[in-house]
Design a protein around this ligand. Structure first.
Ligand SMILES: *Cc1c(COP(=O)(O)O)cnc(C)c1O
Length: 375
């Protein structure tokens, strides 16, 4: 029997490395309390209205969900002032990324284009699908070199991925430069889609979003998620605004029930929870300012962020990033190393609630002081 080709491809694959879990660290270090600032989850938890909706729908757990999530698609379409035929909904943005690769590209023939580093799921799913991944380096300051990205696009390109604001830097290009990129991609590769991942867009001003501008290019797909600003990461729900033909292909290809009844009910409620949304934004903005200021006072380099996390680098005379991470872990605080992003000397911390932010800052101060070398 011949070995399926995909098996070799998948055996060599470095799998997605998620942030460590609270239970894992609590038991490893014998800690009563562990704080997780590793996965950019909502600092206020899940919307109270969404929690109510989940409870109210608990008894419906024996039912299959309605196919195609029409109520949720209508609500999302209204939110973005587009037609329901332009909405696709998946089990997290992750499912949308996977299906876009499968719908758009042929194994061994087509390529995808993204930056290095970028969200690791784009190249992982592309590889599983047998697609070539072409990667343009970010600028030195982690801003986007759009021309370098464009230079990799040719007539075999099917998807160009862009994360705005970007993970793990928090950088966000302006909407006009994303619009120009979409035009340039259309000229070079008429069959390609520009996929703009706006997972963190709610944490910056709406003027940064090409989707919110209403000026939607015909070759663009905009991904959003309920995992971050809506606080529903554990329920797995993402969506995209896309050309109707792409949305149609997506719904034909998607597994019929990948979005479950609780997730749909919670999302509909979360969309109505304006108070929670406002509180989330206020918490993130205040926390982001506090963490940036205090980390800089400790001598860290901090990258400006439009998202609900900060990228930072410990000062030269302090313990290295990996050691800071390990010492924080032993104190019950989980943040994120960035070896996988090719940034072993930097760390990423999610903005928490005020108490979590203060505990992180105090612990970080201790770590830096303990390791300080006297001149
Ligand atoms: C967190 C995140 C997402 C959201 O993924 P889900 O599958 O919807 O939880 C998407 N893109 C990026 C870059 C992210 O960091």
């Amino acid at each position: 029997m011949t070995k399926p080709e995909a098996l070799g491809r998948i055996r060599d694959l470095a799998p997605y490395a998620p942030g460590l879990s609270i239970d894992e660290i609590a038991s490893r270090h014998g800690l009563a309390r562990v704080i997780k600032l590793a996965s950019n989850e909502n600092p206020l938890g899940a919307s109270p209205l969404a929690q109510d909706a989940i409870r109210r729908h608990a008894a419906q757990a024996f039912r299959y969900p309605q196919g195609g999530n029409p109520r949720l698609a209508a609500a999302i379409a209204a939110l973005h002032d587009v037609e329901p035929q332009n909405i696709l909904i998946g089990n997290g943005s992750d499912e949308i990324i996977d299906l876009l690769c499968r719908i758009m590209a042929r194994e061994g023939e087509h390529n995808i284009v993204c930056f290095r580093p970028c969200f690791s799921l784009y190249p992982i799913q592309a590889r599983i699908c047998g697609l070539e991944t072409r990667r343009a380096p970010l600028n030195e300051d982690l801003s986007f070199n759009m021309q370098a990205l464009l230079d990799l696009v040719d007539e075999s390109t099917r998807l160009v991925f862009l994360t705005t604001p970007d993970n793990p830097s928090g950088y966000c290009p302006d909407a006009a430069s994303v619009a120009s990129l979409a035009q340039a991609v259309a000229r070079r590769a008429p069959a390609a889609l520009l996929v703009v991942d706006e997972a963190y867009m709610d944490f910056t001003g709406p003027e940064m979003s090409l989707l919110a501008s209403g000026n939607i290019p015909a070759n663009a797909v905009f991904m959003r998620t309920f995992s971050k600003s809506f606080g529903l990461a554990g329920l797995r729900l993402g969506y995209a605004v896309a050309p109707a033909a792409i949305a149609d292909a997506f719904w034909r290809a998607r597994l019929p029930f990948s979005v479950n009844i609780m997730a749909e009910a919670a999302a509909l409620a979360a969309l109505e929870d304006e108070a929670f949304r406002q509180a989330t934004m206020a918490t993130v903005r205040k926390g982001r300012e506090l963490l940036a200021r205090e980390l800089e006072l400790m001598g860290c380099r901090v990258w400006p962020s439009h998202a609900n996390f900060l990228l930072f680098q410990p000062p030269a005379n302090a313990p290295k990033a990996r050691q800071c991470f390990d010492e924080l872990l032993a104190m019950g605080i989980i943040i994120r190393t960035l070896d996988g992003y090719g940034m072993p000397d930097r760390l990423r911390v999610s903005i928490g609630n005020h108490e979590e932010n203060m505990l992180f800052l105090n612990a970080m101060r201790k770590v830096l002081q303990s390791g300080q070398q006297m001149p």
